[in-house]
Design a protein around this ligand. Structure first.
Ligand code: HEM
Length: 501
């Protein structure tokens, strides 16, 4: 009893002391936030909703109401000009729409990707998605080569896949001539995964609707968005089940990837003939390092998983938006279709040269990404002071670049909401650092060339084989799910084209 009261008499002041320390630390942190506010408040920007969380409440409210937060960024750009400031805790984001600054920051290797969001992305709810602090995959000699879509004899695999994707009525069956109503967005995800099967030389069992791999990709992507946008997401008890589901999905991607990598490594070691695809490239570039450590093996897996997560929805949604705009503009659809007919006609296999000749289709796809950049922005950390648009910005901020906002500012694109592929006519002036759907410079999208090629092949095959019209009454709104996607799912009436041959 006496010992207990001695302990109690010691514990009480210790607790008081601890509490005092916590209060002092909290006040110190508040003062630090105040200091940061004072340091950056000369930069124009929307008023903070709260001292701690800055403008977050406005954005979170938009997300909860299924809104598109990039519309808010656009509204702020129109109201506050080409540089404005946002706060959350002691972090400062400077959104900038000045082409010279975009050029200076994005094109230079000295500005790393924004730490706050990227650390979270790479470590999805504690389940490693990609190692923190490593350089980009590009700096490890990896790049996505569009040739990986190639089968090696002038044919692209998508030739047959585009008509045999799971949700489409099977080719060659009696449905010819009848119409099918279809939400194309989900099919496009499968098309894209199908091209990945070829590029990675793996079987995703896509014809089996219950295949867990595509679902795991989608779950990881959704999870990332919540994780990055809501700082406290994983700590809210109501989200516990969801967080576990995302962890499980990330684990599935890694274990499946590990199995594929190990099988391919064994085949390489046994001297078997292996396809010259991305998987082989990932293994070869990793094994160039003198001795491959366990960490290197993990890094190889990081790259593999990142490709799938970064590459699927972005491309599928781009195609969805493209079909949506073609459906809304029959004259543009007709022009694109005529080009496809002239260049590839009824050919089953599309060659590399054919793709080069599909100039108008390229313009259509570029214009699609101007209005609908499916990965709408990026950010870089800037340590040193800078002057942007005549405003002195002290170092220690994140520079945010929104392709969505730039694409919709009439300062850069006249009549910006008009879908006009001729903006990207080969003779038209090139947009000057105001169009960057794949970001720019040394840390830009690794899959850009691959994605452009892939989108062109899929669109060319669709135009060659199908007539499609949009089902009336659907919305053309955007769903902001981290990547942008068509809210309606793009519901089309689809039929095989009737060729009089
Ligand atoms: C329309 C399709 C696509 C768009 C709009 C797009 C856009 C982007 C953007 C904006 C970034 C961020 C770059 C930055 O932070 O500056 C990115 C990163 C990345 N993308 Fe893509 N992407 C697309 C398709 C693909 C595909 C098909 C792949 C691979 C198969 C891919 C692989 C990657 C990877 C690996 C990164 C991370 C690069 C790194 O941090 O090392 N992307 N993408």
């Amino acid at each position: 009893m006496a010992v207990f009261s001695v302990l109690l008499s010691l514990a009480a002041p210790a607790l008081m002391f601890l509490l005092l320390l916590l209060v002092i630390a909290f006040l110190g942190y508040c003062l630090y936030i105040k200091y940061i506010h004072m340091k950056y408040d000369h930069i124009p920007g929307p008023p903070r909703d709260s001292f701690f969380f800055g403008q977050s409440a406005t954005l979170v409210k938009m997300m909860e109401n299924d809104g598109n937060v990039h519309e808010k960024f656009l509204e702020w750009a129109e109201k506050y000009g080409p540089v404005y400031r946002l706060n959350v805790l002691h972090y400062v984001a400077v959104c900038t729409y000045c082409p010279e600054t975009t050029k200076e920051i994005l094109m230079s290797p000295k500005y790393p990707k924004e730490k706050l969001a990227y650390e979270k992305l790479f470590n999805l709810f504690g389940q490693r998605e990609r190692e923190r602090g490593r350089h980009t995959a590009k700096s490890h000699g990896l790049d996505m080569n569009p040739g990986w879509l190639h089968l090696g004899h002038g044919a692209y695999m998508i030739t047959c896949s585009a008509t045999e994707a799971p949700q489409l009525p099977p080719r060659g069956t009696s449905w010819k001539g009848s119409n099918h109503v279809l939400g194309v967005s989900s099919c496009l995800c499968m098309f894209v995964l199908d091209t990945f099967q070829v590029a990675f030389g793996v079987d995703l069992d896509l014809l089996n609707n219950s295949s867990p791999f595509p679902k795991a990709i989608e779950t990881c992507l959704r999870g990332m968005v919540y994780y990055v946008r809501d700082m406290f997401f994983e700590f809210k008890p109501k989200n516990r089940a969801y967080v576990n589901k995302v962890r499980e999905a990330a684990r599935l991607l890694r274990t499946t990837g590990a199995k594929w990598i190990s099988e391919r490594k064994t085949a390489i070691q046994n001297g078997d003939e292996v396809p010259k695809d991305i998987l082989t490239q990932i293994i070869k570039s990793a094994s160039q390092e003198e001795s491959m450590t366990e960490e290197d093996e993990e890094f190889m897996l990081d790259n593999f998983v990142t490709f799938f997560i970064a590459g699927q929805e972005t491309t599928a949604n781009k195609l969805g938006f493209c079909i949506m705009e073609l459906g809304r503009h029959p004259e543009i659809l007709e022009k694109a279709r005529k080009e496809v007919d002239d260049v590839i006609g009824m050919k089953r296999d599309i060659s590399y040269d054919d793709l080069g000749e599909l100039v108008y289709l390229s313009q259509v796809l570029k214009e699609t990404l101007r209005i609908y950049p499916t990965a709408p922005g990026t950010a870089r950390d800037v340590a040193e002071d800078m002057v942007i648009d005549g405003i002195h910005i002290p170092g220690g901020f994140s520079a945010v670049f929104s392709s969505y906002v730039c694409g919709r500012l009439d300062r850069f694109f006249k009549d910006p909401l008009k879908f006009d592929p001729d903006r990207f006519h080969p003779d038209a002036p090139k947009p000057y650092y105001c169009y960057y759907p794949f970001a720019l410079g040394p840390r830009s999208c690794l899959g850009q060339n691959f994605a452009q090629m892939e989108a062109k092949v899929v669109m060319a095959k669709l135009l060659q084989r199908f007539d499609f019209t949009l089902v009336p009454g659907q919305t053309f709104d955007i769903l902001d799910a981290g990547t942008l996607r068509p809210k309606s799912g793009v519901v089309c009436i689809l039929s095989h084209r009737d060729y009089k041959d």
